[in-house]
Design a protein around this ligand. Structure first.
Ligand code: NDP
Length: 370
């Protein structure tokens, strides 16, 4: 099964917005309820690879809220931790794998998906090995360090006939889905300007400040949320970027980027201004200026506590478990041959844009996005 070729096709965006057509915009809650009423089917078995912070604190506990996805195995390079985590989730010792014997998962039919939650520069190898073992792959963001590695991940999954999802959880989160609906509905008028800031203070001493593991710095880790947001709000891909970059003269920025500002031009006449940084007190927001209306989200893409305002009025939107929704969506795609809402092509497109941002900042010129 292929993923389609467009990172942000019209169909993907409509699906992401939970909207079946431009004229029948149903409330997100109603669509989710309809989803819940479907006939029960065998849950899709997930193996979690990399038992770090995001896996243990967000993803693994969320299986309790999944209707279609089930935790069946762990893959870890730290045996004590793997044993402890497996026990916590009542997994038998036979469901514990490591990075050396990963290929053995091919003999375990319970495992249908490998969900890769390790540092970005490891995503390619783990994807290639998982796909070759006959498993679908979900890879965390950023998809990889380079666009070349991303392309290899896509090719490997295609060759194996397996689906590839990128863990862009905001596409499964109610406030963000509503924001996409509003932008698509026309009630803001033509979209003119998009603004998004995402950043925080990153301490030194983890893989996140090592280029060899992280791929890049703030841009790759958190700036990608701003880049994603302006694209899913604009509903199309940008064509050109202009960027500026400034790094503090500190050890933590010897290897990776700190503050970047980048402007994107969209073919629908809309411009975006994005900023990111690893030396910020913190920001997580976006704003949409239409010709007749304004939409603001702050916090916009956190784990919880989202707030969305339309023309200054706070919208009442029930929060959902976006992590569970992301995994259930992938399970549904696998069981029912549906296109993945956040496919590898979308992850690849973003890494290409990040590469263009660095090039623009380095050479002091605008760069066309191909
Ligand atoms: P952590 O450092 O907390 O965990 C990473 C885990 O990856 C480690 O605990 C380790 O697990 C495994 N690992 C495998 N190879 C390596 C290696 N060479 N060096 C270090 N660890 C390795 O990171 P996070 O959980 O915060 O991030 C992991 C991935 O998830 C990243 O791609 C990140 O961008 C993404 N992420 C996504 C978020 C989202 O909201 N979508 C939020 C946070 C992170 P083990 O010991 O079991 O082998």
């Amino acid at each position: 099964m292929g993923n389609g070729t467009d990172g942000f096709s019209r169909r993907d965006l409509l699906m992401a917005a939970g909207a079946l057509s431009l004229t029948s915009l149903e409330p997100v809650g109603k669509l989710l309820a309809a989803d819940r009423d479907q006939q029960p089917e065998k849950p899709v078995g997930f193996a979690i690879l990399g038992l770090g912070s995001y896996a243990q604190n967000q993803i693994m506990p969320s299986f309790a809220d999944c209707k279609k996805a089930k935790l069946v195995a762990v893959i870890s390079g730290t045996p004590d931790k793997a044993k402890r985590v497996a026990e916590r989730y009542n997994l038998p010792p036979t469901a514990i794998y490591n990075y050396e014997n990963l290929e053995n998962i091919k003999n375990n039919p319970e495992i249908e998906v490998v969900y890769i939650i390790s540092p970005p520069s490891t995503h390619r190898d783990f994807t290639l090995r998982s796909a070759a073992a006959g498993k679908h792959v979900c890879s965390e963001k950023p998809m990889e360090a380079t666009s070349k590695a991303c392309q290899e991940m896509i090719d490997a999954c295609k060759k194996a006939g397996k689906l590839l999802q990128i863990g862009y959880r905001s596409h499964y989160q109610n406030h963000n889905l509503r924001a996409m609906e509003i932008c698509r509905s026309g009630q803001l008028g033509p979209l003119r300007s998009l603004i998004s800031e995402h950043g925080f203070n990153m301490p030194n001493g983890t893989w996140r400040t090592k280029k060899s593991l992280a791929g890049g710095g703030a841009l790759w880790d958190i700036g990608i949320y701003a880049l994603q947001a302006v694209q899913y709000l604009a509903g199309t891909k940008p064509t050109e970027v202009v960027a500026l970059r400034h790094d503090l003269k500190e050890d933590r920025f010897k290897d990776v980027d700190d503050v970047s500002h980048f402007a994107l031009s969209f073919p629908n006449g809309c411009l975006a201004n994005c900023a990111t940084g690893y030396s910020w007190a913190g920001a997580n927001n976006y704003r949409v200026m239409g010709q007749y209306g304004r939409l603001e989200a702050d916090p916009a893409t956190g784990y919880s506590g989202h707030q969305l305002r339309l023309n200054g009025r706070l919208l009442e939107i029930a929060d959902n478990n976006q992590f569970a929704a992301q995994m259930d969506h992938f399970a549904d795609c696998i069981r029912n041959q549906k296109p993945v809402r956040t496919p590898g092509e979308m992850g690849l497109q973003d890494i290409r844009i990040l590469e263009a941002i660095l090039l623009s900042a380095r050479e002091g010129r605008s760069v066309k996005i191909v």
